[in-house]
Write a protein that binds this ligand. Sequence first.
Ligand code: FES
Ligand code: FES
Length: 401
Amino acid sequence: MSMIELSVNQRAVRISTEPRTNLADFVREKLDLTGTHLGCEHGVCGACTVLLDGVPARSCITYAVACEGAEVTTIEGLDEDGVTTELRAAFTREHALQCGYCTPGMLVSARDLVLRLPHADERLIRVGLSGNLCRCTGYVGIVRAVQTVIEARRARNIAPEPDGGRKVLGPVGSGRGVHRGADRPEQAPSPASEQNSPETASSVDAIPDFLPATVLTQHFTVAHPPEKVFAMFGDIAAVAACLPGASLTAPPKPERVEGAIRVRIGPIAATFQGAARVERNPADMSGRIVGIGNDRRSRSSTHGEIRYRLVAIGQGTRVELSIGYTLTGILAQVGRPALVRDLAARLIAEFAGNLDRRLPGTSTADAAPVELNGMALALGVLRGRVARWLGRFASGKDGVP
Ligand code: FES
Ligand code: FES
């Protein structure tokens, strides 16, 4: 269990929860806020939409522990909200609900549209609500309800809110809410912010700490002393050359690196571009790399952290790794923790082999990075599992007579 502190409907909450609990289950089961509905549980239908730091977010694919420090607003928290009150009345008037299952999520998304887009026409409203599905009423009444509220506010000369009431994003925010106005200081982008911008990596000045949604631990050994391994870990170009699929996009500095890594998980190929902060502690031969990156094609982003510690073992070194990450976007739906854990194990095995070969001082130029192929790695994992199972079967430890 993990203890988390966050604000829900403007109330401070401090509750322990399982790391795997999603935000929808968290607010429903721990806080009795059952207005947040679960439909597909795959980030598709929008029934579970809540506001996360003012930005509509799918609570079914957001881990509660990743919301540490965030401000969450559920439909119950909008009871006194003026726009939501207008929308509720319009939904009733226009017969925009039947069973009502989609309605909380629909209202949260519609409120965001009303606040930001005072000139939205039917087409724009349909586009804006395309992430919210209704199985029974149909969309004519819903779109009409939203349109009447927008028109009524325009008639009353109510100015739009350019950022729709969005705040500085918490750790799992989508990044779209980063305020660019003159009345607030510029904020550091979050992992997914400006994900369509090729300048993302170089424009990231601050790489914030974060609470990873998933943490994996791994270790490997190399036949070289810790001092030598630690020195090589300080050579970012050499380390990148050992990592399958990785490449640098700018000359590295001791405390900062910018680069990309290519991966293929199932049917999705992605190239995460980003930047990382490098910290090293020679006293105990440990270090930490915190990075953010995004993939334009799959519209996925990640915030990751690698911690390492080198321990002398005879003439060699045991490298202990802790890898934490939070993945958002399409890849988060296919990159289940178990699959990512297996992929990470294979990636680290390749990295360890490359590292071992390079440590005696060979040139780094001859190792062209290869794409990290999730399918190939998955097959490798499968082969490994079958081999382990057969081994247990042969030794009678599997309980099979
Ligand atoms: S339940 Fe979250 S998007 Fe469908
Ligand atoms: S009103 Fe029933 S799903 Fe939308």
